[in-house]
Design a protein around this ligand. Structure first.
Ligand code: C2E
Ligand code: MG
Ligand code: MG
Length: 449
């Protein structure tokens, strides 16, 4: 137990080490220590290189570059769980040692998380700057016998990630970057769908002003017999690089509409939200696919919400606007998901055919504690209302956050405070079949009933 330790921010000392003392040797010693103390236990090394600091230096000065690097290190340190170890190696390179990852996908999940926390914009004198990461992952006990080899393999994987401009890469063979597999975990989604390994879960969306149920978001889950419970953050990026977004949407629409259609008797106004991937917007059949699914399940178009992330919309802004327009012509609603992370301009927002704006949870969680987040959320709500969009806050985890958002005029709330995503039967038992008044009792006491 003694070796289980998370480096605290005060230990980061990024600028304080005399003579620019680098820490590869410390990293090697830590790996060796882990190997000795937990013989045979799996271990993953994530080598995280932060890029884009030169640009920050140029735009804001070297002091800002230092500050951003330091904030990066703190964000990364927070990704490490209690049993993991965070080791800053150089100001722009950090190592995460993941102890006992259940599977490679666990290390990939940590890499995804690291990528996400770093790509969140940094606020610098009211302007924002963003950085990128390239992460190399190597694993024990599979390939490397010594700490130095493990590090070399992570470096090779990191170089491959950089040369392919991918956020992460798992080392899988020889040291040459070319030997690193393109897709570290190959998922046969079509097969998995056939075998019924995917399941839809449902998370309530609640009207903040009244505390009433508004609807639910359908969130996919993959129970893989080989890999265990694989979260969407891990398998979606792999799917999104392939043609498989189409079968996934077919599954998603049908699973969500089948469940929601069954709840209409008791909740005639129930709205169901389904997520789209960027690739779905490029599919010529998208509108037909949605319209067919609505017909099959006799589901009213105006009660289906399609969520698409702001960054997916920005990939090809004018094409996105056209497709969203066609979807809305069917009568369905369009929601801009994870708003605030995709750098769209206000002018762009005004032109988007959309009905709803979902504020990203990275801003929502800070509304009570962080004045900047509160102001940001407040202005997004005002802005959304000014262009006639409903505003949803996702990631509400506490009553305090729910109350604050209700006070700021936010329309709809979603998050663990209300409920986690649940399998259809459990969702129905907790949210559909019980009286509305009961549902309200779990909601912010300050909001009018
Ligand atoms: P999203 O659409 O922004 O969904 C919200 C995510 O936040 C979900 O993660 C949900 O479980 C999580 N969440 C909900 N409440 C809270 C909270 O209070 N705190 C925190 N920390 N998290 C909360 P999940 O289910 O892992 O999904 C991740 C993303 O995967 C989704 O983000 C969505 O972009 C994508 N996704 C999920 N299901 C599907 C699907 O069927 N199709 C497509 N294309 N994408 C999907
Ligand atoms: Mg969503
Ligand atoms: Mg979201």
């Amino acid at each position: 137990m003694g070796w289980i330790r998370k480096t605290t921010s005060s230990e980061l000392g990024l600028t304080g080490s005399p003579g620019g003392h680098f820490r590869y040797s410390r990293l090697l010693a830590e790996i060796e220590g882990m190997q000795l103390r937990a013989a045979g236990e799996p271990l993953a090394l994530l080598l995280v290189h932060v890029d884009g600091v030169a640009d920050v230096n140029r735009r804001f000065g070297y002091g800002a570059g230092d500050e951003v690097l330091e904030r990066c290190a703190r964000r990364l340190a927070d990704v490490a769980r209690e049993q993991d170890l965070f080791v800053p190696v150089t100001p722009g390179c950090h190592a995460l040692l993941i102890r006992n990852p259940l599977h490679e996908s666990h290390a990939v999940l940590a890499a995804e998380k690291a990528g996400r926390v770093i790509s969140r914009p940094f606020d610098l004198e009211g302007e924002s700057a963003s950085l990128r990461v390239h992460i190399g992952i190597s694993l024990l006990p599979s390939l490397a016998a010594t700490p130095a080899l493990l590090l070399q393999q992570a470096e090779a994987a990191q170089a491959a990630a950089r040369s392919r401009d991918q956020p992460w890469q798992v080392y899988s063979g020889r040291l040459e970057p070319d030997a690193v597999e393109q897709a570290p975990v190959r998922y046969d989604i079509e097969q998995a769908l056939h075998r019924g390994e995917f399941e839809m879960h449902f998370q309530p969306k609640v009207l903040l002003a009244t505390g009433r149920l508004h609807g639910a978001e359908a969130l996919v889950r993959w129970n893989s017999p080989q890999l265990g419970n694989v979260p969407p953050g891990v398998f979606l990026p792999a799917i999104e690089q392939t043609q498989e977004v189409r079968p996934l949407l077919r599954f998603g629409l049908n699973a969500a509409l089948r469940a929601a259609a069954g709840w209409l008797d008791e909740r005639p106004d129930f709205r169901i939200a389904v997520n789209l991937s960027a690739g779905n917007l490029e599919d010529d059949d998208l509108v037909q696919q949605v319209s067919d699914a609505l017909k099959v399940w006799h589901f009213p178009a105006r009660q289906l919400v399609l969520e698409i992330t702001e960054s997916a919309l920005m990939e090809d802004a004018s094409a996105s606007a056209r497709v969203l327009g066609e979807l809305r012509a069917l009568g369905v609603e369009v929601s801009i998901d994870d708003f605030g992370t995709g750098y769209s301009s206000l002018a762009y927002l005004k032109t988007l055919p959309a009905d709803e704006l979902k504020i990203d949870r990275s801003f929502v969680s800070g509304v009570v504690t962080d004045e900047t987040d509160r102001q940001l959320v407040q202005s997004v709500i005002q802005l959304g209302h000014a262009v006639r969009l409903k505003v949803v806050a996702e990631g509400i985890e506490t009553l305090e956050v729910a109350r604050t958002l209700a006070g700021l005029g936010c329309d709809i709330g979603q998050g663990y405070y209300y409920d986690r995503p649940l399998p259809a039967s459990e969702f129905a038992a907790r949210w559909i079949t019980r009286p509305v008044t009961e549902a309200s009792s779990t909601l912010p006491a300050s909001s009018p009933a």
